[in-house]
Design a protein around this ligand. Structure first.
Ligand code: TXA
Ligand code: MG
Length: 338
């Protein structure tokens, strides 16, 4: 049975984690699947229960900024200064930093054989309290089965893992809705954003006074290549039915071209008004923020609906602010009508 822990039972949840059990926890981005990061068996069961390939490393979640320095090694003066500035500006918050990992501090499977580790301090009071109570950092991949949209609600975690993990720390739907920005500070060639998120390149560069940050040339690579971010080679967020990403101006046209299909259409409030009738609509709310927050819920709703043949999700282009939204929607989509 999977226990639902309310905020008054954090100590019990922490005890489970210390005993090597898995407890999912909320963050500001998505829910994470927690295990104590120094117990290799516990960490291995995270991969197992998610169905996650063992070469896709896990992010380690810290309760305090300064803890980072206990887990990394041989930082250059530049790296130290970048870390301090970025922590000051963005932690706790949705920014994961990749740095050379100190040997032996984490269970070997945490890093999937790499000599670097991803670290972040989540912006969620209950989870910070949980990590504190455990007394050691927690690994926390998104708490979804591999290939499913990341969980932004308690019910999503339950849907994927009920009966398979010890517990879930309960909370409201997560505020941001897409996973953290992953920034690689370990590459001598420069600073790279391996996964776009709410914190963008311009914001990061702004904090690092003039240091250049880049996106790698390709954000996805063939499965047999060695990608910079191991997670990038896997297709994510794939509902069973076909997904098209469709700009608001083209939604009516795409609906009209598919009148033989039962369509699930997710769009911003204003975009849904006045469309030709479809089998099911889903409101992404009034703004890019609400759309980002609800995107995974929309994909899950569509996936769970019987009798849907085609899923249309509004393509939103708001420059870099929409990079995280676009990246996740692209991974789910087979075509873009922009
Ligand atoms: O917002 C988030 O980051 C959520 C919440 C729960 O904190 N966690 C999350 O974890 O998204 P996960 O495991 O689903 O995604 C981690 C990503 C993967 O793409 C992985 O390949 C990359 O970070 N990653 C982890 N460690 C890495 C490393 N040492 N080098 C390069 N990429 C790494
Ligand atoms: Mg994930």
């Amino acid at each position: 049975m999977t226990e639902i822990y309310q905020s008054d039972r954090i100590d019990e949840a922490a005890q489970q984690l210390r005993d090597g059990q898995l407890v999912a926890f909320p963050t500001e981005t998505v829910f994470g699947l927690g295990a104590i990061a120094n117990n290799d068996q516990a960490v291995q069961s995270v991969y197992q229960v998610k169905g996650r390939p063992s070469d896709n490393p896990l992010i380690v979640h810290l309760a305090h900024k300064e803890d980072l320095f206990a887990y990394v090694r041989d930082l250059t003066p530049d790296q130290v200064s970048w870390v301090k500035k970025l922590q000051e500006a963005f932690w706790p918050g949705p920014l994961t930093l990749i740095l050379p990992v100190k040997e032996g501090v984490f269970a070997p499977t945490v890093t999937g054989g790499l000599d670097t580790v991803g670290l972040r301090m989540p912006d969620h009071p209950l989870t910070l309290e949980l990590i504190e109570a455990v007394g050691f950092p927690l690994v926390g991949p998104s708490a979804n089965l591999s290939g499913k949209p990341s969980p932004t609600k308690l019910d999503h975690v339950r849907h994927d893992f009920d009966g398979k993990i010890a517990g879930i720390l309960a909370s409201q739907p997560t505020r941001i809705g897409v996973e953290s920005t992953v920034l690689d500070l370990s590459d001598p060639r420069g600073l790279f954003i391996l996964r776009p998120g709410q914190i963008g390149k311009a914001q990061i560069e702004g904090v690092l006074d003039g240091v250049k940050v880049s996106y790698p040339d390709q954000l996805t690579v063939a499965a047999d290549d060695q990608p910079k971010a191991p997670g990038m080679k896997y297709r994510h967020y794939s509902p069973h039915e076909t997904v098209y990403a469709v700009a608001a101006e083209r939604m009516a046209e795409v609906i009209q071209a598919n009148t033989d299909k039962a369509i699930f259409c997710a769009g911003q409030e204003a975009s849904l008004a006045g469309l030709p009738p479809v089998a099911q609509t889903y409101s992404l709310g009034p703004s890019l923020e609400t759309a980002t927050q609800r995107l995974f819920d929309a994909l899950r709703k569509a996936d769970d609906s019987q009798d849907i043949d085609l899923i249309l999700v509004e393509w939103i282009d708001a420059g870099e602010a929409s990079a995280g939204y676009q990246n996740r929607l692209l991974k789910a989509s087979s075509q873009v009508f922009a």
